[in-house]
Design a protein around this ligand. Structure first.
Ligand SMILES: Cc1cc2nc3c(=O)[nH]c(=O)nc-3n(C[C@H](O)[C@H](O)[C@H](O)COP(=O)(O)OP(=O)(O)OC[C@H]3O[C@@H](n4cnc5c(N)ncnc54)[C@H](O)[C@@H]3O)c2cc1C
Length: 427
């Protein structure tokens, strides 16, 4: 009997949405069951392919460096040549979803984090401030604008970071009258609140006037850049475009501390693209269990209904932050299917979750589900044949120390989409 969906993807973060779009584009019937926020809420505006080597030195040419990764890294399972092609496909997919980006996979550029630190990046949203070489910026004068009462844009850290890149900076804090009447507490203003306020053309116009005036006070407008917190448009960047049209100086945004509107915008654009292609998203649908028989999943259970069935399943539930992995006192588990976990205990002399020094790469950061080379997860040592794992739930990589998180998410998603497509009988 034909099932309602060809593929059900569990988890609607970057990896789940990428796989969903790739498979829906091939004409498959795809549903995404997701619940809870994804890590795109902390997105800095840049996607990373491979930022640092094993000694944490920045990498200039990520595709060249991939060949020297250990065989357990998800990129090694894909293979260098195929990976290079998938980076092109990822970039094309983001473009189709209407996401404007700068950068390419041949050479890293540098993104500026919300804390003002320059880090290697693969692709960056067009509006964001970037550096070609990590030591210089487009102009050597900048006015950093903050909004009075907004605490998630640490301007002093950003100033310190820019001054290390020989940029002379001024800081200017502008009040927005509408904000003062709308908030009850001085601590509750988030980027999302400001974006809603800025959605009003009159308020945006007044704000642009105030930015221009502060810029003029700081000298020649054409020779300085204006740096704003990314507090514009959760669904598109029309507000920023209007603002730019009214300001003479070049305007860039820097991501704020979470929630990141840049990540929310990316997620919205990917979701819209997926549903426009005919995909179905079940929001607030936490998958609680799955039945496995003869190394195949026969159904999964969600809060919505008793059970749901598909031909193939993709696990894209993320790492610890998103509860794709759960750490107890004694062990780490994958909570839906109880899949085998790679704990890579040898990485720590004590054989535990963490080493003594907080800032060192910690063993738990590489934990994840154990998969074969086609990304089938293992349960009790055997691959689950109609299940694939993608994204940050995979073992063998360290998002924070290698700078490869979003690359792993998108590229394993595209690799698995190809595997799945090939696994269906040809009509
Ligand atoms: C704090 C932080 C900041 C980061 N910043 C950057 C950055 O600036 N640039 C960059 O390149 N990378 C960054 N990364 C890494 C990057 O965000 C991730 O590697 C990548 O986006 C992970 O995507 P994912 O889809 O695999 O998982 P996630 O984003 O974790 O998404 C998983 C989704 O599955 C859902 N889910 C979990 N369990 C279930 C269930 N049982 N049923 C249904 N749904 C479920 C979750 O709620 C979530 O929505 C950052 C990571 C973190 C943690």
């Amino acid at each position: 009997m034909s099932k309602e969906y060809d593929i059900i993807i569990i988890g609607g973060g970057l990896s789940g949405l990428t796989a969903g779009i790739a498979l829906q584009r091939k004409g498959r019937r795809v549903a995404i069951a997701t619940s809870g926020p994804s890590t795109l809420n902390t997105f800095s505006g840049s996607l990373e392919l491979l930022g640092y080597d094993s000694r944490e030195r920045p990498i200039a040419h990520p595709l060249d460096a991939i060949a020297s990764l250990p065989p357990t890294h998800p990129y090694s399972k894909i293979g260098t040549d195929r990976l290079a092609l998938l980076t092109q496909e990822a970039q094309a997919l983001l473009g189709e979803a209407g996401i404007m980006l700068k950068g390419n996979s041949a050479a890293n550029h540098w993104r500026i984090t919300p804390m003002g630190v320059a880090k290697p990046a693969w692709l960056t949203l067009d509006d964001c401030l970037t550096s070609d070489d990590g030591t210089t910026l487009p102009l050597s004068n900048a006015t950093i604008i903050n909004i009075a009462g907004f605490l998630d844009f640490p301007v002093e850290f950003i100033r310190a970071g820019l001054e290390q890149m020989s940029v002379h900076t001024s800081i200017c804090t502008l009040p927005i009258k509408a904000m003062q009447t709308r908030r009850n507490s001085q601590y509750e203003t988030r980027a999302t609140t400001i974006a809603r306020i800025m959605d009003n053309d009159d308020i945006l116009h007044d704000f642009a006037d105030a930015v221009s005036a502060s810029c003029t006070a700081n000298g020649n407008s054409a020779k300085q850049m204006i740096l704003l917190p990314a507090v514009f448009g959760p669904t598109g960047n029309e507000a920023l475009t209007k603002l730019r049209n009214q300001i003479e100086s070049p305007v860039y945004v820097i991501a704020t501390l979470p929630p990141s509107l840049l990540g929310m915008r990316l997620q919205t654009q990917l979701r819209n693209h997926f549903t426009q292609l005919g995909g179905k998203i079940f929001h607030d649908a936490r998958v609680t269990a799955g039945t496995i028989r003869n190394n195949e999943i026969t159904s999964i259970a969600t809060g919505y209904s008793e059970t749901v069935e598909a031909e193939r399943y993709i696990l894209a539930t993320g790492s610890f932050q998103s509860h794709g992995l759960v750490a107890g006192y004694r062990r780490v588990i994958e909570p839906i299917f109880g899949l085998d976990i790679d704990t890579n205990a040898k990485a720590s002399p004590q054989g535990g979750l963490a080493t003594g020094s907080f800032f060192e790469p910690q063993p738990f950061m590489t934990y994840g589900v154990h998969t074969d080379d086609a990304f089938h997860p293992l349960k009790s040592g055997l691959p689950v044949n109609n299940l694939y794992a993608i994204g940050s739930i995979l073992s063998g990589h360290n998002t924070h120390h290698q700078g490869d998180g979003t690359g792993v998410s998108m590229l394993t998603a595209l690799a698995v989409a190809q595997e799945i497509e090939q696994s269906f009988p040809k009509p």
